[in-house]
Design a protein around this ligand. Sequence first.
Ligand code: HEM
Length: 135
Amino acid sequence: MEERGFQPVSSCSLSSARPSVSPEEETRAGFVAVNYIDCKPNYVERFECLFCSRARMIDNMPGFIGMKVLKCEEEGQPYLVVSYWETKAHFEAWVGSPEFHEGHKRAFADLKEYRERSEEPPMTSSFKTYTVLAR
Ligand code: HEM
């Protein structure tokens, strides 16, 4: 990784990240968006550090309640970036906002770097959206 100029922080770990949404807050959520991210093994450390020092641009968005990044206990499974929203419209407004791009600046720059080298992307993602059926 070093040859790319990445600076992984060895003390950084998702498990030590404080949850950013309390159970009480979570019950306000009517809408949940989950981004599933598959990460190449040699990008895992960088990926986890990006989230440990995430931009937090989303934190002040209207209707945003909180988020969690889940790491599967099973190897080779995608990470889940779970975000809780008051409504779908709030989520859609964030996806179309400058804060979305600012919050992904480093991730998108990495993807661009790999693309320019004609290398496979270090991570791929797809998201699904959910309404809250039961609590
Ligand atoms: C090409 C598509 C995407 C990729 C590769 C990706 C990957 C990442 C990465 C690595 C970060 C860490 C922040 C950083 O860059 O420093 C991040 C932030 C985040 N991602 Fe994505 N993401 C994508 C799209 C999405 C989508 C569609 C959603 C929601 C469904 C989402 C939810 C989030 C949230 C909530 C954050 C935190 C933003 C902040 O702190 O302001 N991402 N993403």
